[in-house]
Design a protein around this ligand. Structure first.
Ligand code: GDP
Length: 698
């Protein structure tokens, strides 16, 4: 395998909405370039980049995969990404390390939710883009309608560079507006084509679109503009040069048409990757931080210091954990020690490889610009930078959003808790957007992801890969109890049973404290009415009792107990007796101090296109939410609100249906508040029922 240098490499993230044909297109391109001996199909699980068992079964990509095509002395690294909203961070991670994006849309459905999202990311990273209108063979496919939609959404820099020959079942080839030739494809899916003259019925529109293309290219360059007017046109070479420059400067997003599954339109796309998209060494420097956190700039050349960003990790049944990385500067060699600058430790890099889907191809070294893989790194994860020990360098990776809503997971088999924890931690190494924790209060294992489907995929993985069978349910709401007024109480424990008796007596005052203060115990005994050694026992008795709760079994918080007085007996008093007296005083105090339930309130930020904001606010209202402000960001608005956790347990699916999948939200714990009276009764009754059921079962 040849070692390519940056100028001979193109890194293209293939992004777009789910089901637009990205994986099929990657298969088509690999096949056309001779990197695959047959054209993989999503239907029978034979594509190069959907190789995870789960992906094959779901017929969708759920994580990014890398493959490469060698075309015209150039190595094209293709990063196939998932188009599902919840895996959008995979696409974002791919765009972060790519040098350009191929945005795939369907000629039937046009611009969709994820198209807009990935476009925004590409904008953020200032990536040159080309657009592929796929599925031109499908019923109701329309190039002009799709083009209109694209231009409406992304502006007039969206310019066709091709026109389809025929549409729907008559789609047989493409007209190239640069060479003014056309390619007609074989109907057998071999990708073979004939160069033909532009069909008569397309000549006029080809002329007029070519003129528009030339005008657009010349717009960015006065001398070209003059030449265009002087010569009455541009040569093919001039046009290509101008086009390359304008694509690089985001002044043109050229549009192609294809049918990936029928293998039509593949080779011009490969050609365009090579001739229009920037090489991997186009940028000469990269910004990052040194060991002290100071901003530094690194030279990107192969002879400079090495740096590479790990953008993905996955576990392979044969090789163990595999890390995918992009080399930004210098050259990496197999079997060499490097430095994980993010975590600050040495990391031995074994055999370097190139990824061809799940296949790995050994390679001795990797130059700046290339994308490679290495297995079994000891302690390196997605987002880490590997560099040289004497020249540490950290490249900023994307920030993963906090997971939205937790689910409680419970192993089906008792005793599988440890196995569950270990397996989930391995899954998190691959996908850092998953969060896993144990709730101290409810004792549940909580797992959260970008939504329910995301969590379900984790559950499927747990079962298939790690053999841990779990059930999911909404988490228990960690309610709490507190008091609303001060009260005096008395606890007296006295038992006379034959010989040795039991005796303890205490008097306390309970007072409410501010939210978040939890619990305070103040010893105000003077003169030894309770001997020193028994005072901690009184506190312990109250502590134990408050954790068990009074109203509905939830811990009692935000109150103070003053221990004021008491009595003891020389023989019959004991620690145990004072503990019991303490808990009796607590019970009496609770009854008198007007107890109430508290619930967690969440801070929620919801963003969605403006047209949905009314519905979102109405819905929040019905969930006892309080809107605290709305920010407008371009055509998206962000609602800031607070709402009870108990009302937000399934908010992910609600928001999806309210906004047709275009909204997203972030939620975090804010504070505790009193539960409205009418709801308290319900919670108390439910907790009683649960307690009875529990008692009956044991
Ligand atoms: P992705 O989710 O964007 O990666 O899309 P896939 O490559 O998984 O394709 C989704 C579905 O569309 C599969 O059933 C493909 O066979 C089908 N498909 C992909 N490209 C084309 C195409 O050009 N024409 C037609 N008719 N179907 C296609």
């Amino acid at each position: 395998m040849k070692v390519y240098s940056g100028s001979e490499i193109r890194n293209v993230a293939v992004v777009g909405h789910n089901d637009t044909g990205k994986t099929t297109l990657v298969s088509q391109l690999l096949f056309n370039a001779g990197a695959a001996t047959r054209m993989g199909r999503v239907e029978d699980g034979t594509t190069v980049t959907d190789f995870d068992q789960d992906e094959i079964e779901r017929k969708h990509s759920i994580s990014a995969a890398v493959a490469f095509a060698e075309w015209k002395e150039t190595k094209i690294n293709l990063i196939d990404t998932p188009g599902f909203g919840i895996f959008i961070m995979e696409a974002r991670g791919a765009l972060r390390i790519a040098d350009s994006a191929a945005v795939v849309v369907s000629g039937v459905t046009g611009v969709e939710v994820t198209t807009e999202k990935v476009w925004k990311f590409a904008e953020e990273y200032a990536l040159p883009r080309l657009i592929i209108v796929n599925k031109m063979d499908r019923e109701r496919a329309s190039f002009s309608r799709t083009l209109d939609a694209l231009q409406k959404k992304f502006g007039k820099n969206v310019v066709p560079i091709q026109l389809p020959i025929g549409e729907e079942k008559d789609f047989t080839g493409v007209v190239d507006l640069v060479s003014m030739k056309a390619w007609k494809y074989a109907t057998d899916g071999s990708g073979k084509y004939q160069v033909i003259d532009i069909p008569d019925d397309l000549k006029d529109s080809a002329d007029s679109w070519r003129e528009k293309l030339i005008e657009k290219v010349a717009e960015g360059d006065d001398t070209l503009m003059e030449r265009f007017f002087d010569q009455g046109g541009l040569s093919q070479e001039e046009l290509m040069d101008g086009l390359r420059r304008e694509v690089g400067h985001h002044q043109i997003y050229p549009v192609f048409c294809a049918s990936a599954s029928h293998n039509i339109g593949g080779h011009p796309i490969l050609d365009a990757f090579v001739s229009l998209l920037p090489a991997a060494d186009a940028a000469k420097t990269i910004e990052g931080k040194d060991a002290k956190g100071q901003a530094v700039t690194f030279d990107r050349r192969p002879q400079a210091f090495p740096s590479a960003l790990v953008f993905k990790t996955f576990s392979d049944p044969f090789s163990g954990r595999v890390s995918l990385f992009r080399v930004y500067s210098g050259t990496f060699s197999s079997d060499h020690a490097y430095w994980n600058a993010t975590r600050e430790h040495e990391e031995r890099v074994g055999k370097l490889q190139l990824m061809q889907g799940k296949q790995q191809v050994a390679i001795p070294e990797l130059h700046a610009g290339d994308i490679g893989a290495v297995a079994k790194l000891k302690d390196t994860f997605s987002g880490d930078t590997i560099s040289a020990k004497d020249h540490p360098f950290v490249i900023e990776h994307i920030h993963f959003p906090e997971a939205a809503i937790p689910f409680a997971v419970e192993p089906k088999a008792r005793g599988d808790e440890d196995k569950l924890g270990a397996a989930i931690h391995r899954i998190i190494e691959e996908d850092p957007t998953i969060k896993f924790a144990r709730d101290e209060q409810t004792k549940e294992f909580l797992i959260s992801g970008q939504g329910q489907l995301h969590v379900e995929i984790v559950v499927a993985k747990l079962k298939k890969k790690y053999n841990v069978d779990v059930v999911l349910h909404p988490p228990k709401v960690p309610y709490r109890e507190t008091i609303t007024k001060a009260a005096d109480a008395h606890g007296r424990h006295k038992k006379q049973s034959g010989g040795h008796g039991q005796f303890a007596d205490c008097k306390i005052t309970m007072e409410p404290l501010a939210r978040g203060a939890d619990f305070e115990f103040v010893d105000e005994i003077f003169g030894g009415s309770i001997p020193r050694q028994y005072i901690p026992a009184v506190e312990k008795g109250i502590q134990d009792a408050r954790v068990k709760g009074y109203l509905a079994g939830y811990p009692v918080v935000d109150f103070r107990v003053r221990l004021k007085d008491g009595q003891y007996h020389d023989v019959d008093s004991s620690e145990m007796a004072f503990k019991i007296a303490g808990s009796l005083a607590f019970q009496e105090g609770m009854a008198a101090a007007r107890p109430t339930l508290l619930e967690p309130i969440m801070h929620v930020d919801i963003s969605a296109p403006s047209e949905y904001i009314g519905d979102i606010m109405g819905d929040l209202n019905s969930r006892r939410g309080r809107v605290e402000g709305v920010d407008a960001e371009e055509d998206v608005q962000v609602v800031h609100a607070r709402a009870p956790f108990s009302e937000m347990l399934t908010y992910g699916s609600t928001l999806r249906s309210l906004t047709q999948g275009r909204g997203s939200f972030h939620m975090e714990y804010s504070h505790y508040e009193e539960v409205p009276k009418q709801l308290q009764e319900k919670i108390v009754t439910e907790s009683k029922k649960a307690k009875e059921a529990h008692a009956a079962a044991h």
